[in-house]
Design a protein around this ligand. Structure first.
Ligand code: F0G
Length: 456
């Protein structure tokens, strides 16, 4: 078999600026050892996120020129609405400026004190919006999802028995909705099977609880269903997506991921009364219902991107290029979550740096080492992001200490990827020399964005 090539040609390029490891050591110190505080020009391979970092196609740039900037009833809105409706089958479609704006709207209406929002795993902004409403976010991930080194096809599945037990224990009236994140970003970008979504829906139906999908990476999830779940090999990605969304009562989406756009999001649902409440909130916080915090040109780029993302040559290249990193890491014995996910590789920092304790934030320390060694920027998904403090003031660590290397869509070539794996392997060979960090400044919500560190 021949090499799978990038299914695109490059028309416009951006420079990558090269730095030495000595320069990067200084930059990292000045950024208080937090990758979020490093200037992008000082990063050589930016794997901080796959969100909003996609390269748009010439079709999307063409759409940008076509964008209708009318305040009300813009043509671009109707093209956007048609694209979302074709995939989700949902009648009420509400544009927002990004995913968390959709979360803010839905959870400020359905959440509140004494309520529980149950998920496979909530992303951090989703959890923050739930908690900000006064409700509590509950993660009920399947058992295999919690074992980083053990491969399984659908490690993003929700534990359906635990879901039913949780509902009967707390009472359905305290659970305004269940939301399943596809793919499961905080748990390794792992997919959820169609069977699992159907099973969760049956439980939700039994207790009259709506099921929502956090659909940020729906196309990647559908590609995994096509290639891993019996019965889907001959279905198109659109058909699989339509079947998947037909199991849901609503969805939130960040168009910065699987809509190949640089900004945008939406909320979609079947319930008219709930949609009216959401629209009223939208008008206060985001904008008129036919633009919702976006320019007409953004809606146009999203409408086109939603269709491009479902093209199979693209998804095949996308998923394969991430698998390829995994194979190179395997050959060198580097620990990561197995199998590789849809949008990222998640290094297992606990296994990578066994000599650092959770309160020395091994994931953060590994991010620092990757940056210094090769100008690679990743993000910690561990006790910096999810750690809490107990009543005694001691850290309650996260379940896993990970470093996510998220691959922007259609941005890097195979040699960028080869370079990245070479740097990771070099760092792995010198792992004994990496020291942990301590926090010297932090905020109460989403502390990982702004926290400052120094070597412990
Ligand atoms: N849900 C999931 C699963 C996400 O991964 C994100 C964002 C959001 C919701 C929020 O969307 O950023 O448009 O407001 N994830 C980005 C990331 C930030 O890096 O994984 P947003």
């Amino acid at each position: 078999m021949h090499t799978i090539i990038e299914p695109f040609k490059i028309k416009s390029v951006e420079p990558v600026y090269f730095t030495t490891s000595q320069q990067r050591e200084n930059i990292l110190r000045k950024a208080f050892y937090n990758p979020f505080l490093i200037q992008a020009k000082d990063v050589m391979i930016d794997l901080l996120t796959d969100s909003g970092t996609s390269a748009m196609s010439s079709e999307q740039w063409g759409g940008i020129m076509r964008g209708d900037e009318s305040y009300a009833g813009s043509e671009s809105f109707f093209r956007f609405e048609a694209a979302v409706r074709n995939i989700t089958g949902m009648p009420y479609i509400i544009p927002t400026h990004q995913g968390r704006a959709a979360e803010k709207i839905i959870f400020s209406i359905t959440g509140g004190k004494g309520k529980y929002i149950v998920s496979n795993t909530l992303f951090d902004t989703t959890r923050a919006n739930i908690e900000f409403s006064g409700a509590e976010g509950i993660d009920l991930l399947c058992a295999e999802g919690k074992l980083p080194s053990v491969p399984a096809p659908f490690k993003g599945n929700i534990d359906v028995d635990a879901l039913e037990q949780f509902i009967t224990t707390k009472g359905a009236r305290h659970i305004p909705l269940v939301i399943i994140t596809i793919t499961n970003n905080s748990g390794g970008g792992q997919p959820v099977s169609m069977e699992n979504i159907r099973a969760a829906k049956r439980v939700c139906n039994k207790y009259h609880i709506p099921l929502f999908i956090d659909a940020c990476r729906f196309a990647e999830n559908c590609y995994f269903i096509k290639t891993r779940e019996p019965g889907y090999a001959n279905k198109s990605i659109l058909e699989i997506a339509q079947e998947l969304f037909s199991c849901a009562d609503g969805c939130t989406m960040s168009a910065k991921k699987d809509a190949l756009a640089n900004i945008g999001g939406f909320l979609a649902m079947h319930d008219e009364a709930l949609a009216m409440q959401c629209r009223n909130m939208l008008i206060i916080t985001e904008g008129f219902p036919t633009y919702g915090g976006l320019a007409g040109r953004d809606l146009e780029a999203i409408a086109i991107g939603l269709n491009e993302v479902m093209e199979e040559p693209y998804l095949k290249y996308r998923i394969r290029s991430i698998e390829y990193i995994g194979e190179k890491l395997d050959a060198a014995g580097v620990p990561y979550i197995k199998p590789t996910g849809g949008h990222a590789v998640y290094l297992d920092a606990k296994a990578f740096l066994p000599h650092t304790s959770p309160d020395q934030y091994p994931g953060q320390a590994l991010c620092g080492a990757l940056y210094t060694a090769g100008g690679i920027r990743g993000v910690e998904i561990g006790s910096v992001m999810f750690g809490k403090y107990g009543k005694d003031g001691n850290l309650i660590p996260a379940g896993m200490e990970l470093v996510r290397l998220a691959i922007p869509r259609r941005v890097y070539t195979q040699s960028h990827i080869d370079y990245t794996t070479e740097v990771i392997i070099d760092v792995f060979k010198q792992r004994e020399n990496i020291t942990g960090y301590k926090i010297i400044y932090e905020t109460p919500y989403l502390r990982h964005f702004t926290a400052r560190f120094e070597p412990a």
